[in-house]
Every structure is written in C-alpha cells, then in structure tokens.
Design a binder for this molecule. Structure first.
Ligand code: RFL
Ligand code: PHB
Length: 397
C-alpha cells in the first residue's frame, strides 16, 4: 500500500469522490480513506435534487451524459397550499436555470466506478483515523482489520461528513461554531409506486409539510413533517399514506398511488456551521464543516461548491507554487455557505407548520406563501436561490 500521497481525503461521500476526481484530472494524486464498506456507501439514500451550479460542474468534469436522460432536468416544481397547486417555473423566472433529479447514490456510484476503473486508491472499512502534524506535514494513521497503517500527505482534506473526525481534530477553542435546531423532523419513505408528477411537489398544509420526490419511474421518495421525537413505530403504513394524501390533496391532477413502502427513516432538521474550515494543511469540505435542513435541497450543492473552490486552490498551489487561493478558501466557502443556509432556513419556515405557532405565526406564514405565489419578485428570488446563485454573484463581495 502507498504510504505517501499529495492529498489524503477522509470520506468517500460525494465531496471526497468528486474532489479526488477533479484532482486526478489535473494530475494530482490522492488516497481516499472511508470508514464504511463499499456496499454501504453505494446504498446510502440521501439527496435527490442538484442545482444548476452542480449540474454545470458535473458536465464540465465529464458527467454530462446523465443530463441527457429524459426526466432528469426539472424546469420547475409544484407548490400546494390551501389545497391549490401552483407551478413555480424556475427556468422561466431565472432566464434558463433549472435543477436536476439526480439521486446522490447515482453520483457516488458514477464517481466510485470511475475511480475503480482507473485503479486509483480508495480504502474501505478504515477505523481509528487520526490526523497529526496537520499544521506543517500531515500524518494520517488508521486501522484496517486491526492492522496499523500510516500515510504522509502534503494536504489532508476532511470530507467525512457531520459526524467525522476531521473537524474534531481542530481544538474546539479554535472553532467558531453556529448551531440551530428545528422543533420538527421529517419522516422519509421510499415506496415502490409509479411517479405521479413530472416534477417535485412541495406541500404546506395545516397538518404539516409534505414533499413528493422520486428516485426512478418505479421508486418514489416522499417526506412528511413529523414531531421532533417521533419514532418509526408511530408511523405504520396506513398512517403514512393517509397523511401524505391529506397534505398533498389539491385541485391538480397530482394524486398519490399507494405502493409498498420499502424504507422508512427519520431525518433530523438542523443547521450547523463551523467557521474554521482550514487549520494549517487540514481543510474541511461539505457536511464536515456545515449542514443545512434539507427543505431547499441545498446541502450537496454547497459541498460541491466547496470542492470546486478547494480543487482550484490546490491546483494553483502545485502548478504555480501559489497559496493565495488556499488562503482565501475559508472566506470564499463561507460566503457561499451562508447564502445557502439563509435560504434553507427561509424555505423551512415558509413550508413547515410552525410548532406551537400561535395564530399570528400562522397568518404570517400564509401571507409569505401568498406573496411567493403572487409576486414575481418573490418567486424570482426563490427560483434564483433554488437553482443555485450563479458564481459571478460572489466575485465582487
Ligand atoms: P457525506 O455524504 O456525509 O459523506 C461523508 C463520508 O465520510 C465517511 N466518514 C468517514 N470516513 C473515514 N473516517 C471517518 N472517521 C469517517 N466519518 C465519516 C462517511 O461514511 C461518508 O461516506 O458528506 P459529503 O460528502 O460532504 O456530502 C454531503 C451530502 O451528503 C449532504 O449535504 C446531502 O445529502 C444533503 N441533502 C440534500 N442535498 C442536496 O443538495 N439536495 C437534496 O435533495 C438533498 N436531500 C439531503 C437530502 C440530506 C438528507 N439527510 C439524510 C440529512 C435529503 C436528506 C433526507
Ligand atoms: C429528495 O429527493 O430527497 C429531496 C428533494 C428535494 C428536497 C429535499 C429532498 O428539498
């Protein structure tokens, strides 16, 4: 096994795999260390929607074939409230920007298979990852099946998600962190049933939020707002379907078709940001540094935004012996992250039933939804954020 590399990447989620791919394309070598098995990472169900910025990145780095498939590009979405269905035409409102239904497992699969086809190093079932000397010359030690291993690297990149070890390596007193917990969760289901609409449907109802998304023409992904401490035992299939039907009922022809529920999970809703994204030669990327509630489908896109900034900076370091972009990484990434965080928080408040909300809160929410539907300025602003703020927005601020 190699014991030296230019970039050691912790975590084989989308951040780690896409970063390794971009680095490889510009001749920079990396090793990926992943704590889970290959099978587990290939079967992890998470994001469904990617925005225009991520679509553009995937196209640029050689994955454009995905977007030629029918039904992948979504030019808008449906929003149901007061039992009326409104279509938000994202493409028209933004002058040509869209989102894509491209499930996270497909992204992980594509990048993993590609890396394996090139026989590039990725180690699974790695435990006890420890990062030392990250200020000057990183040393990464770990175990695989009780055996000890060590790697030295020019850089170590934490792509190991919210619960990873990389962020925790930086002393807590050096990490300014911001946290917001929401007073509800999501119950997610995967069901074997046909697609009922060509685009996603978000519903804001007195009984709570619901979302109809999809994974394939035969497998649908749906979510329901549920109490924060809800357990799966409280949600038998009959209750799930009747709540989904109640919350998504409307004057449109979107009508759920019940099928077998093949997976149920509870998703926590929280916002978190660690403003220390660099410590010496250790950098944090994606969920390792920050998370958003999934209401506005932003988390993976913000991770890909970090990957782009950092890969360009690492390339500049090796090709031009210049550290300026590396030094700017944290500030640039945080500017983009806080935009996504604010929008995710906004969408969460807009769509969800306020918990313990008094009649004042509920009237404010209704007014905000009406404004979003009826004001071109408001729907334009939503569409601009949902499809991903273009990168040139950040060039002068
Ligand atoms: P990940 O995907 O968590 O990957 C981290 C990887 O690191 C590994 N790891 C370690 N490896 C080695 N040593 C350790 N000590 C390690 N600790 C952890 C893990 O096993 C894993 O393989 O982070 P990454 O790559 O930054 O990607 C972030 C995205 O996964 C996340 O932002 C999105 O899933 C968020 N999200 C969505 N984002 C979107 O842009 N669009 C969506 O439609 C969308 N839907 C969602 C979502 C997140 C959801 N949940 C479950 C919170 C829907 C849901 C329900
Ligand atoms: C999903 O398909 O999992 C999904 C889609 C849109 C969201 C959140 C999750 O806003």
């Amino acid at each position: 096994m190699k014991t030296k590399t230019q970039v050691c990447i912790i975590g084989a989620g989308p951040s780690g795999l896409i970063l390794a791919h971009i680095l490889q394309q510009v001749g920079i070598d990396s090793i990926i260390l992943e704590k889970n098995s290959r099978n587990k990472i290939l079967n992890r169900v998470r994001a469904g929607i990617i925005d225009q910025n991520t679509i553009d990145v995937l196209k640029t780095i050689g994955f454009s074939h995905v977007f030629k498939k029918q039904g992948v590009i979504h030019e808008g979405f449906n929003l149901i409230f007061d039992n009326q269905c409104h279509r938000i035409d994202v493409n028209e409102l933004t002058g040509g920007r869209s989102v894509a239904l491209h499930p996270q497992q497909e992204i992980v699969k594509d990048f993993l298979f590609h890396r394996e086809s090139l026989a590039l190093p990725i180690l699974f079932n790695v435990s006890n990852v420890t990062i030392k000397n990250y200020e000057t010359s990183p040393q990464i030690s770990f175990n695989i099946e009780e055996e000890d291993y060590n790697i030295s690297a020019d850089f170590v990149i934490g792509c190991d998600g919210y619960h990873g070890v990389s962020r925790a390596t930086i002393p807590k007193r050096e990490r300014p962190e911001f946290f917001k917990d929401y007073p509800f969760s999501w119950l997610g289901i995967l069901t074997e049933s046909p697609r009922v609409s060509e685009e996603l449907t978000y519903a804001s109802h007195n009984a709570g939020f619901a979302l109809i998304s999809s994974r394939s023409p035969k497998i649908q992904r749906m979510y329901l707002q549920c109490p924060k401490n809800s357990t799966l035992e409280e949600w038998d299939d009959e209750r799930v379907w009747s709540e989904l039907e109640l919350r998504t009922a409307s004057d449109s022809n979107i009508s759920l078709i019940r099928g077998e529920i093949i997976k149920k999970d509870i998703v926590s809703m929280r916002s978190f940001v660690c403003e220390k994204m660099q410590a010496g030669r250790l950098y944090l990327v994606g969920d390792a540094a920050h998370i958003v509630p999934p209401s506005a489908a932003k988390g993976l896109n913000l991770a890909v935004s970090d990957v782009c900034l950092l890969s360009t900076a690492i390339q500049d370091y090796y090709q031009n012996n210049c550290s300026n972009l590396l030094n700017q990484y944290e500030g640039e990434a945080l500017k983009r992250f806080w935009r996504g965080e604010e929008f995710s928080n906004f969408a969460t408040r807009l769509f969800h039933k306020p918990v313990n909300g008094d009649s004042f809160d509920i009237r404010q929410q209704t007014s905000a939804l009406r404004y979003m539907i009826n004001s071109r300025a408001a729907s334009k602003s939503f569409a601009e954020n949902y499809s991903g703020i273009p990168q040139d927005f950040y060039s002068n601020s």
